[in-house]
Design a protein. Structure first.
Length: 505
């Protein structure tokens, strides 16, 4: 009896061992195939991958713990708080553990790419600014690149990474709102590092500063939301300079001999998923959220995205997929820090801290202006702008179309980018044809056809925007008259405000 039981136990252990061996072999084979496909993708697209992202966290931790400035900060903190040096060092290790990510190539370029495509394409029609994105390819490959962005939605992280996936991989600074399971693991595997906003302890900021400078010195490409948080009213918020100052100061490091390049990236949507929450905070005079508000917004999106995914999957199967309009990112001309430093009347790194920060603020404000000038103009935003400017009662559809056409001309005169997706394919093709035939045709005929196309595109713009507005109960349309619903007027203001910087108002 005992021998029989022992035999079955051995058989059981043997079966488990065989299963684990087979599982390990299959897993190894799958990973090998996936890594090979990712490497082929990176090679084919000549994508910039920062080697330091693959550095083990232990090495990064040792680099930071051995930094002389971190050492001095540890001693100063211990004396100030009357703590043991060992206890403060353990606190620093906790900060490092919290901040430092663990970039995973498969997560970023397989799971991340697949998930971002799935989410974005179910939610929006994503319009890529291929013309301006091509400017990034002209940046010298040995430069350290920092993408500076406005912040419209928590979807921004996915959208910008998606837009740049075939050129570079970004490391974001992510707020403490995302330090919840499983988001923390996901963001860290994407190479994002965590920061505590509004946390004033000097020791923590010294550790964060040295980490940001360490990855900058090693050439890691970073994405920075210069406003420091989501816009509540649709306007650009004042530029924050904390992370920017950390990065800029590496230019004063004698070991740094590369070019530091900042790329303005402007983000906009026809429908910001959190807009109702953001506008409600705006109207309450609350221009920034606490941890609880951020988590509440995150939970709302976490439920909303799967719900919309299921609904749109069913609609896709029946050929009736309905997205939330356009989402797009526009890229401005790269700004070389060395060019900015040449315009200064003094070496800014020799100035007192408050004077240096004033110069950094000047640089940041300039980047924010560039972002404002490049905001993608979506149908929802330009139509909301027209409605808000005309609203004294019901607005005739034809009058609204004329106002939108007027705004389109002004935006083009200012060099703005009007987002046109599949609904505009025919008129876009005609514009391209007219451009190529300008030299061979009479000016009056070309001008007439351009005016006709502008009118047609304005009609299409208003139709797309009104479809969204009616669905969201922002307006009612009866007998060719558009009436703004007072309860949702603030939402129209929010989308209208996104074009304020572009229009210079």
């Amino acid at each position: 009896m005992i021998r029989t039981i022992a035999t079955y136990i051995l058989y059981g252990f043997g079966a488990i061992l065989l299963y684990e061996i087979i599982r390990a072999l299959i897993t190894h084979w799958i990973k090998k195939r996936l890594y090979r496909s990712v490497k082929d993708y990176l090679s084919d697209n000549r994508i910039r991958i920062d080697r330091y992202k693959f550095m083990h966290k232990i090495v990064v931790k040792e680099d930071l713990l051995n930094n002389p400035e971190v050492h001095r900060a540890v001693i100063a903190h211990a004396l100030e708080k009357n703590l043991r040096i060992q206890d403060v060092q353990e606190q620093v290790e906790e900060y490092i553990e919290e901040i430092v990510p663990f970039f995973n190539l498969l997560t970023y370029y397989k799971a991340g790419d697949w998930v971002s495509r799935l989410i974005l394409n179910f939610l929006y029609e994503v319009v890529i600014d291929s013309e301006n994105a091509a400017k990034l390819e002209k940046i010298p490959r040995d430069s350290v690149v920092v993408v500076i962005m406005n912040h419209r939605s928590n979807v921004d992280y996915i959208l910008v990474a998606y837009m740049l996936a075939q050129q570079i991989s970004l490391s974001y600074a992510v707020g403490e709102w995302a330090r919840v399971w499983p988001l923390e693991h996901i963001f860290k595997s994407f190479g994002a590092y965590f920061i505590r906003r509004n946390y004033r302890e000097k020791l923590y900021h010294r550790v964060l500063e040295k980490y940001v400078q360490l990855i900058s010195l090693q050439g890691v490409t970073q994405g920075v939301f210069i406003e420091g948080g989501l816009s509540r009213d649709g306007l650009l918020r004042p530029a924050k300079i904390g992370i920017l100052d950390y990065i800029i100061r590496i230019k004063n490091n004698p070991d740094f001999n590369k070019e530091l390049v900042f790329v303005p990236a402007a983000i906009n949507y026809d429908h910001v998923l959190e807009d109702s929450t953001l506008v409600a905070e705006w109207k309450k005079g609350k221009m920034k959220s606490g941890f609880r508000d951020n988590v509440k917004s995150l939970v709302k999106i976490s439920f909303k995205i799967p719900y919309l995914g299921v609904v749109n999957t069913l609609r896709y199967m029946t050929g009736r997929i309905r997205r939330h309009g356009y989402a797009s990112v526009s890229f401005g001309d790269p700004v070389f820090l060395s060019d900015f430093l040449k315009t200064q009347d003094v070496d800014i790194f020799t100035l007192e801290r408050h004077e240096r920060l004033a110069r950094v603020q000047e640089f940041a404000d300039g980047m924010l202006r560039r972002i404002g000038e490049k905001i993608p103009v979506t149908p929802m935003c330009i139509t909301a702008r027209a409605l808000i400017s005309m609203e004294k009662g019901p607005v005739a559809r034809n009058a609204l179309i004329q106002k939108v056409e007027q705004l389109r001309r002004e935006i083009k005169r200012r060099g703005g980018r009007i987002v046109t997706g599949k609904a505009f394919e025919m008129s876009t093709a005609m514009h391209d044809r007219l451009e190529s035939e300008k030299a061979e045709r009479t000016r009056d005929l070309v001008s007439f056809e351009e005016d006709f196309l502008e009118g047609e595109e304005s009609v299409r713009t208003v139709k797309l925007a009104l479809d969204i507005m009616r669905k969201r109960k922002m307006v009612t349309v009866k007998k060719g008259k558009i009436q703004v619903n007072r309860g949702n007027r603030a939402l129209l203001e929010y989308y209208s405000n996104s074009l304020t910087a572009l229009l210079g108002e």
